[in-house]
Design a protein around this ligand. Structure first.
Ligand code: 26V
Length: 833
């Protein structure tokens, strides 16, 4: 029996237990009576997978039959987190499975916790890709993801007794992965190095030959939509040596040579690169060359395999190559897949015999490019000699694209020929954002302010040249399925009860949350709302106690900053604020302290392994925590924790427990932010700068429900200029901050001078404007305290915030891409399997 296109009601609890026990015996080859939690998880996952597979098959069959235009989301990162809970909720089977595993003697929460996160991403960019896959499937849009199947995801973070970050590999595939389907029959040969010889037949074609060939093998991950049978696909590539690789060396007795060739092929998809926002060392002077070639090979391996696969599917449909853009849209998630542009040119010219102009028309109608940062150190540039060596044919094509752009310019009487000369510098480098821009149909940023900055800074020349209509904005979004229903089940249930509509209605149209607004005035409702927040704090405290052995008080405001550690995100501003508060508390009389708002401050986040200043920031936080939490004068009023190994599943516990969260980047630096949306959706208030999506959140929830501080974007450049040419000593500019810095230097938090390089970034050029924003930050923190002490008013703000978050559903965002960019439409999937 199917309901609304879903197979749910038919499957009773008995059928669930039967299926799970069946998998215990036949798939796991174990006995049900001595099963542990891990075994129960594996069997439950395999059972859920059976249900997903039925829907997945129907969906793919429908696409093959109907041949709709499809969109492909190319992303080097997909930060999926855990799958079981999400799959069961989307299938509508959570309750049945909860009962079923209980009948077998297990607790569902413990079973769910056995799953390791799929952590194939660094942060916001990768998690955004995961949210977009959920929304695409939920809205029955024909969208496939393409990425890499890294053997090791983002490193595991350990904190040493000194407070240093240590990195350990993340062997996430060690327990087998029930969510992937190896497609050993879907493979492509990918070439590297060798030579590209232009044919002298006047066609511009070339032959690329020799070098190394590596095999790409497909692994498919099912992406279930919510409350629909529609189940999309995420295809991840693994690199392997070709069969019969280097047989010559092997036969000649050169076993080492043969093994080396094999290792170098497997190396391509062995590990996710952990440094987001840095293509070179963060001190902006020492470029890191180490590993650059492997990263380029990752990018090409993945784009070439994906394009070959897309092309094969297109051709199987029997269409003419000129119709390619009518059936295929390809979204470039940042510049990482930009090589797809010269690669498609290569296929069309060298393999399909098209002319340059014919090929260019197809390419520029197929690709769409999303920019995710304007920070100069994060913009990808590849040295020409490196590309020439690894991808000789692509370097020729890139030069041709650059030259053609310039011919066009000259014929348009544009004087500044430099414009599209995106191969520039000494040594020569290719600016990938420029290549992505010129090769795409449209370009977008990820929040209003950011999209504006893209058009006025890094791609300014292209706006003049190509017209502003090529450029747009799609403000990021988050899936309310994972980021409310799954992570905060009690709040989800209260919302459903209060709105008096089915859960599936508001989860698919999040603007329905506005119906909560009148209940902000309802005292009994407020009591329920705040009781849930309290239980979520206790759930977090329990989690921290069982995993870290720390006792956290829950009768305090929970203040959270969780994100990658980076100077521009200003965790330093936060920790300096904490230290300031600590000394203020130390000076208070017992009477004064009684009026203080109790605070527990949480940090979590990873630092890129080579990012020295970010690692020092972690060390400072950990050591300040050690002092503050042990100080009998203050520990009742202020606690501080750095929770190690931040992940999607840790976020799912932290976010629902937060009263306030901090998003305090220097204005103009955070493209959007997405955790800001997650906190607000869960009724946490926002303390932030006028940056990224914070601005649009404030527009929605009203400025009186957020806490804003700090200088605005237009002031930033001037302030930096002042720092360099008219520096004012901190003692004069900001005495409270000078005091805090001096205490750290004096060793109050230990360290024996280790923090000096971190402190000097502030004392010297202060690129991220800590000295300019500190006073308004402290003043705003005091306003937050005051507001929190008025409990009823605070809860009202919390309810109003959740109620106005409808805009930030990733369903809205993905619809904007589908309609205004890709031109694709939903395909309804027949029920029945
Ligand atoms: C850049 C690089 C540079 C080369 C080495 C590896 C690597 C890996 C990732 C990146 C991407 C940096 C851009 C990024 O992650 N941007 C974030 O995107 C989020 C989703 O749009 C957005 O919410 C954040 O504000 C933005 O920082």
């Amino acid at each position: 029996v199917w309901r609304d296109g879903m197979r749910t009601v038919d499957k009773d609890v008995q059928a669930v237990t039967r299926s799970i026990v069946g998998h215990v015996q036949t798939s796991l080859a174990r006995q049900a009576y001595n099963l542990d939690n891990l075994g129960a998880y594996q069997a439950a996952a395999l059972s859920a997978r059976d249900d997903l597979l039925v829907n997945w098959n129907t969906t793919q069959l429908t696409f093959t039959r109907k041949q709709p235009k499809r969109a492909y989301y190319l992303s080097l990162e997909f930060l999926m987190g855990r799958t079981l809970d999400n799959a069961l909720l989307n299938l509508g089977l959570k309750d049945k499975f909860t009962d079923g595993v209980q009948k077998l003697g297990f607790n569902m929460e413990d079973v769910i916790e056995q799953e390791r996160d799929a952590a194939l991403g660094n942060g916001g960019l990768g998690r955004l890709a995961a949210c977009y896959l959920d929304s695409s499937a939920s809205q029955e849009l024909p969208v496939w993801g393409y990425g890499l199947r890294y053997k090791y995801g983002i490193f595991q973070q350990l904190i040493s007794p000194q407070g240093e970050q240590l990195e350990a590999p993340d062997p996430w595939l060690d327990n087998q992965n029930p969510w992937e389907l190896p497609r050993l029959d879907v493979t492509y040969d990918i070439r590297f190095y060798g030579r590209a010889d232009r044919l002298d037949d006047g066609t511009g074609r070339a032959v690329w030959h020799g070098g190394q060939e590596v095999l790409a093998v497909a692994y498919d991950v099912m992406i279930p939509g919510y409350d629909t049978a529609s189940t999309n696909n995420l295809r991840l590539w693994e690199s392997k040596p070709q069969r019969g690789f280097d047989l010559n060396s092997f036969n000649a007795g050169n076993y080492e040579g043969a093994v080396e060739a094999s290792n170098s092929a497997s190396a391509i998809t062995s590990v996710l690169y952990p440094n987001d926002h840095t293509t070179c060392a963060p001190n902006r002077s020492i470029p890191i060359h180490f590993g650059k070639e492997l990263r380029l090979k990752q990018q090409y391996f993945w784009t070439a395999a994906s394009l070959a696969d897309i092309m094969r599917r297109f051709k199987n449909a029997g269409k003419n190559i000129r119709e390619f853009p009518d059936f295929v849209a390809i979204q470039l998630n940042d510049t990482h897949p930009t090589l797809a542009i010269p690669e498609l040119m290569r296929i069309l010219i060298d393999d399909e015999d098209l002319t340059w102009d014919q090929a260019w028309t197809i390419v520029t109608n197929t690709f769409f490019y999303t920019n995710h940062t304007v920070l100069p150190e994060a913009l990808e540039k590849w040295p020409v000699p490196l590309i020439e060596n690894v991808l000789p044919r692509h370097m020729q094509i890139i030069y041709d694209i650059s030259m053609n752009g310039q011919v066009l310019l000259a014929s348009n009487h544009v004087s500044d020929i430099q414009l599209t000369a995106f191969v520039e510098g000494q040594p020569k480098q290719v600016r990938m954002a420029h290549l992505a821009c010129i090769g795409s149909r449209k370009v977008n940023g990820v929040a209003e302010l950011h999209s504006e900055l893209v058009q006025t800074t890094i791609l300014k020349d292209f706006v003049e040249f190509e017209g502003v209509s090529k450029f747009g904005n799609v403000t990021n979004g988050i899936t309310p399925r994972r980021w409310l229903d799954q992570c905060n089940p009690e709040l989800s249930a209260l919302i459903t009860k209060t709105l008096k509509i089915e859960k599936s209605v508001w989860l698919k149209d999040l603007t329905k949350l506005e119906g909560l607004l009148p209940f902000a005035e309802d005292k009994a409702f407020r009591a329920q709302w705040s009781a849930i927040k309290q239980r979520n704090k206790e759930r977090l405290a329990h989690h921290v106690q069982t995993t870290l052995g720390l006792i956290i008080r829950t009768d305090a405001m929970f203040d959270v900053q969780i994100k990658r550690i980076h100077e521009y995100k200003r965790q330093t501003l936060n920790i300096l604020g904490v230290i300031h508060r600590y000394f203020a508390l130390k000076k208070m009389t017992p009477e004064e302290k009684k009026k203080v708002n109790r605070r527990v401050v949480f940090f979590a986040g990873k630092a890129a392994p080579a990012y020295y200043i970010a690692k020092l920031t972690i060390r400072l936080i950990v050591n300040v925590a050690r002092v503050i939490n042990a100080d009998p004068d203050t520990k009742e009023y202020l606690q501080l924790y750095f929770l190690p190994d931040y992940s999607v599943s840790l976020a799912e516990v932290l976010i629902p427990a937060s009263d306030i969260s901090q998003h305090i980047s220097t204005a103009g630096t955070e493209a959007s932010g997405t955790s800001n949306m997650k906190f607000c959706l869960n009724g946490g208030l926002l303390l932030g700068t006028v940056d990224g999506a914070n601005i649009e959140i404030a527009e929605e929830v009203g400025e009186n429900n957020v806490f804003f501080f700090g200088h605005l974007t237009p002031a930033v450049e001037d302030l930096r200029y002042q720092h360099l040419y008219h520096p004012v000593p901190i003692e004069e500019k900001c005495p409270p901050l000078a005091f805090v810095l001096n205490q750290i230097s004096a060793g109050v938090f230990g360290g024996d001078g280790v923090y000096e390089p971190l402190l000097n970034t502030i004392r010297q050029s202060d690129y991220y404007l800590i000295t300019d924003d500190f006073d308004s930050y402290i003043a705003t923190l005091e306003m937050v305290d005051e507001a929190y002490l008025d409990k009823e008013e605070w809860i009202k703000k919390s309810i109003r915030t959740t109620a106005k978050m409808g805009k930030f559903s990733s369903d809205r965002a993905i619809n904007e891409y589908a309609e205004s960019y890709w031109n694709i439409e939903p395909v309804s999937i027949p029920t029945g399997g």
